[in-house]
Ligand binder design. Structure first.
Ligand code: NDP
Ligand code: MG
Length: 381
């Protein structure tokens, strides 16, 4: 029986994780989880999975829930995320919280040698070098949950990493893949939230439309697989059936395919190195699909992807600045305070004016993260 801590249980990845845990009660037990402000869903997860410890974002919610569930321990805030992540009884942390707020708790769990199933890509983008360094030191396995990275991880199984020629990340192109830059000027929040293949949280759906999601994933791949940026390519593939591929020196390509269902990579990270049946999963029917399409990426059309490669190649605090600028700008777009194309304009301005610090420590990263968010707000006001 594997004992699990889950950060971001009330989100898109978090709820799908709960679904897997409910479907495999013999294999997994949820010991601790965190939620943000969705108390309704928090209540449902408590009733379904009976954890020992729950953290919520606000202190008042923790007190109210304690009255309802006196036999469960409650905590709150950023310290609460750390308490859930480092619960002494758990061996696996699923980090499905949104944004760089997940960094300190990931590092705390890594330092205890826990296995980290990581969906929270912002943590790897903003502080990948710290997380991986500490993971090696404390023998904490980092397993990808992001579908592209899970596909690469599965394709690499048993292969010698020195014999890789390149990693090929596939990209659906998001909600606006067929629009020109001119047509992007007036797109609405509602249109941007309408992803053609995947149902996900709001922030990552916008990131898919700007292609910053693919940019973050290129950096995530660099961090997880220690691959130089020149050996990481992006290929447009609108059906999202091939989740990513590895090309070897002998020109062989190994890929992982499946219907677009995040429960597959989530469950694989939990069951690794074994596989379990996917309850309610739909097998891939290639005869029915008939055709798969591929297309080269245009970096002028998808500028956010180009910016991410630039930041990745530089390394240092510009990664934190880029990520924080994106998180802040996406939030402003979702609140309808800025236009869609202003997201990448803001990121570009923040990057242009950034004084880069290489090899930053945690304190520096958290400082740059906070200052960048403030700068973005003052740029807009
Ligand atoms: P959601 O927005 O659906 O969920 C985010 C979760 O984090 C919720 O539980 C939310 O709580 C919680 N949360 C948000 N802010 C805070 C905070 N300040 N303090 C504590 N908890 C907080 O996001 P997704 O599930 O879509 O994405 C989660 C992560 O997984 C992201 O890093 C994303 O990039 C990555 N990912 C997601 C995929 C997907 O299919 N959704 C695919 C691949 C990666 P509440 O709702 O209760 O307020
Ligand atoms: Mg992905």
């Amino acid at each position: 029986m594997k004992k699990i801590s889950l950060l971001g249980a009330t989100g898109s990845i978090g709820l799908q994780t709960c679904d897997i845990l409910l479907n495999h009660p013999e294999e997994f037990r949820l010991v601790a989880f965190s939620a943000g402000k969705n108390i309704e869903k928090t209540r449902e997860i408590i009733q379904a999975l009976q954890p020992e410890l729950v953290s919520v974002q606000e202190e008042k919610d923790a007190y109210a829930l304690k009255k309802e569930f006196p036999h469960i321990n409650f905590t709150y805030g950023e310290q609460g995320l750390i308490e859930v992540a480092t619960h002494p009884d758990t061996s696996i942390l699923v980090n499905a919280v949104l944004g760089s707020v997940g960094l300190p708790s990931t590092l705390a769990a890594v330092r205890m040698g826990k296995t980290i199933a990581i969906a929270n890509k912002e943590t790897l983008v903003t502080a990948g070098h710290l997380v991986m360094e500490e993971a090696k030191m404390h023998h904490a396995p980092i397993l990808p949950v992001d579908s592209e990275h899970s596909a690469i991880f599965q394709s690499l199984n048993g292969e010698n990493p020195k014999q890789i020629r390149r990693l090929i990340l596939t990209a659906s192109g998001g909600a606006f893949r067929d629009k020109t830059r001119e047509e992007l000027k007036n797109v609405t929040v509602k249109e941007a939230l309408n992803h053609p293949n995947w149902s996900m949280g709001a922030k990552i759906t916008i990131d898919s439309a700007t292609m910053m999601n693919k940019g973050l994933e290129v950096i995530e791949a660099h961090v997880l697989f220690e691959m130089p940026f020149d050996q990481i390519d992006v290929l447009l593939h609108k059906e999202s059936i091939i989740h990513s591929m590895v090309e070897f020196q002998d020109t062989s390509i190994i890929a992982q395919l499946g219907t677009p269902d995040m429960r597959v990579p989530i469950q694989y990270a939990l069951s690794y190195p074994d596989r379990l049946p996917l309850i309610g999963g739909k097998p891939l029917n290639l005869a029915e699909i008939g055709q798969l399409h591929f297309q080269k990426v245009d970096f002028e059309r998808f500028r956010a992807l180009k910016l991410a490669y630039e930041a990745g190649r530089m390394g240092g605090t510009i990664l934190t600045a880029m990520n924080a600028a994106n998180e802040a700008a996406v939030q402003l777009f979702l609140q309808e305070k800025i236009a869609f194309l202003e997201i990448e304009e803001i990121i570009e301005r923040i990057m242009d004016n950034h004084d880069n610090i290489s090899n930053p420590d945690l304190e520096t990263i958290l400082h740059v993260d906070k200052e960048t968010r403030k700068k973005v707000l003052s740029m807009v006001q």
